[in-house]
Design a protein around this ligand. Structure first.
Ligand SMILES: C[S@@+](CC[C@H](N)C(=O)[O-])C[C@H]1O[C@@H](n2cnc3c(N)ncnc32)[C@H](O)[C@@H]1O
Length: 218
């Protein structure tokens, strides 16, 4: 990023790379307010609003005690940047991402390959949760196609799989975007489905206006 680009980016968004992939019809790396961001069609994937959501969401968990984290939806790596660089913590993170192109952009612009405790896995999150034998203290679900969470990740079957991957007292944060009448209405349904797998009380945090982050503890 040149100094000129950095200053101009406070006035307007500067697109530095625009591409497409099998999984995402649009992937845009831009400079906004002096920082690189990754956007998909109609949505920020990493380092803008999404970054703020997880900065706030991670304050809702016992992050200092967490030794192992599973991130479903690695994106360009806002979550590792918050955990390792901003909070200065060193838990092991497995981050699963279906789209190799997203990881390429993460490495090229966002230093995703700089973290020694981060293990990036290119795989479908559903496939990973079904096949892994690992257990985690914290699971962060951040799976989107554009602005929508794919339907299979809102099912009780998926929540049961997540529960089986949590250590005792393990915590789960699940990011969802309620951006219109239908998706706002869906929040209660998701809470009810989650409640079938997790008997502990579910908290729903409204962050950055449209994000709803569900929190449960095993
Ligand atoms: C909002 S972004 C994730 C941002 C990321 N958590 C971060 O910290 O920067 C959502 C990501 O989910 C990925 N994704 C969507 N469906 C997926 C699936 N079935 N398995 C794994 N990743 C998926 C998308 O390619 C996209 O990179």
């Amino acid at each position: 990023m040149t100094t000129l680009q950095k200053y101009l980016s406070y006035v307007y968004r500067i697109v530095v790379e625009k591409t497409t992939s099998k999984f995402n019809s649009q992937l845009i790396v831009a400079i906004q307010d002096g920082k690189y961001v990754l956007n998909a069609k109609n949505a920020n994937y990493s380092f803008a609003t999404l970054h703020k959501v997880f900065q706030q969401a991670l304050k809702k968990v016992e992050i200092q005690n967490v030794k192992s984290i599973l991130v479903l939806g690695c994106g360009a790596g806002s979550i590792p940047a918050i955990v390792y660089k901003e909070l200065g913590l060193k838990p092991k993170i497995d981050a699963i991402e279906i789209d190799e192109k997203v990881i390429e952009l993460g490495n090229k612009y966002f230093g995703l390959d700089q973290y020694s405790h981060l293990n990036v896995v290119i795989d479908d999150a559903m496939n990973f949760v079904k096949s892994t034998n690992n257990k985690y203290d914290l699971i962060l679900v951040d799976l989107f196609k554009g602005i929508n969470v794919p339907e299979e990740f809102l099912s009780q079957h998926f929540f049961e799989q997540l529960k089986s991957l949590l250590n005792d007292n393990g915590e789960l944060l699940f990011n969802y975007v309620a951006y219109n009448h239908e998706t706002k209405h869906r929040v209660k349904d998701i809470e009810n489905v989650l409640a079938k797998s997790f008997s502990n009380r579910i908290k729903i945090h409204q962050l950055e206006n449209i994000n709803r982050v569900f929190y449960v503890k095993k």
